[in-house]
Write a protein that binds this ligand. Structure first.
Ligand code: OAD
Length: 231
């Protein structure tokens, strides 16, 4: 049976009210990522970094999965082969929509991590620079987010799954942040069919055999119906 790997980015959560990074008005058009999403930024001003992620965590908790998240959960339930979601998103909307096979390569807002001893735990809604690690007691609590300069999670598993899939789909990602931005061209070089679903043409558009252009809530349910119709 054919396997499908789906890479999602901020665009799939945009219609749930969570901001993207590089669109007009996106987070990285208002803030400098080097000052908020890097180990150096955290070392320099942990309170500012916590404030940024506290706002995003609060928005995430208040957001609801949209029709695109729900359609992917239905695909996983009803499709006879494996449907793996690899997401760059740090929200939990795929899981709340019902998807179980999800790898969060950039971490999650909902987990905290000790920058000292490395243990992880459920994040408080509001984290502060004065929080202490429940294991070693260090004042070094950070969100469990992969920052610029750090290694994304689950890379070995992701590469194996992509190499073994029959269709690789990218939904709502600009295709600008590596290593995720290179997955489609790698898949295509291996002879795997590739599809982009995006409001616009992403960077590296030539890596896709097919493009569906439109909003995720409109295009993803339509695509899922197509796949399930012929599965
Ligand atoms: P971007 O903000 O770079 O790109 C969002 C993409 O979603 C764009 O290509 C938009 O055209 C598309 N888009 C926006 N609204 C949409 C909608 N309603 N339906 C369909 N597509 C839509 O976000 P990412 O590619 O996810 O990393 O960004 C990748 C990484 O860069 C993030 O994980 C984050 C950021 O820095 C870290 O913080 C480590």
């Amino acid at each position: 049976m054919d396997h499908i790997v789906i890479l999602t980015g901020a665009g799939i959560s945009a219609e749930s009210g969570l901001g993207t990074f590089r669109d007009n008005g996106g987070m990285w058009t208002k803030f400098n990522p080097a000052e908020l999403a890097s180990p150096r930024a955290f070392a320099k001003d942990p309170a500012r970094v916590h404030e940024f992620y506290n706002l995003r965590r609060t928005a995430c908790v208040e957001a609801e999965p949209n029709a695109a998240h729900l359609a992917l959960a239905k695909l996983e339930r009803d499709y006879p082969g494996r449907v793996l979601i690899v997401t760059q998103n740090v929200d939990d909307l795929h899981q709340r929509a019902g998807s179980a096979d999800v790898l969060q390569m950039h971490g999650t807002l909902l987990r905290a991590k000790c920058a000292g001893c490395g243990i992880k735990w459920k994040a408080a809604l509001i984290m502060t620079a004065d929080d202490t690690c429940p294991s070693c007691g260090a004042k070094a609590c950070r969100p469990d987010i992969v920052w610029f300069g750090e290694s994304p999670y689950h890379m070995a598993e992701i590469r194996v799954a992509i190499a073994a899939c029959d269709l690789f789909v990218v939904i709502g990602s600009s295709g600008t942040v590596y290593p995720a931005a290179g997955f489609a061209s790698t898949a295509r070089e291996c002879g795997i069919r590739t599809l982009s679903i995006n409001l616009d043409y992403p960077a590296g558009a030539s890596s896709f055999d097919e493009m569906m252009t439109g909003s995720a809530t409109r295009m993803v349910p339509r695509w899922v119906e197509q796949v399930l119709g012929v599965a």
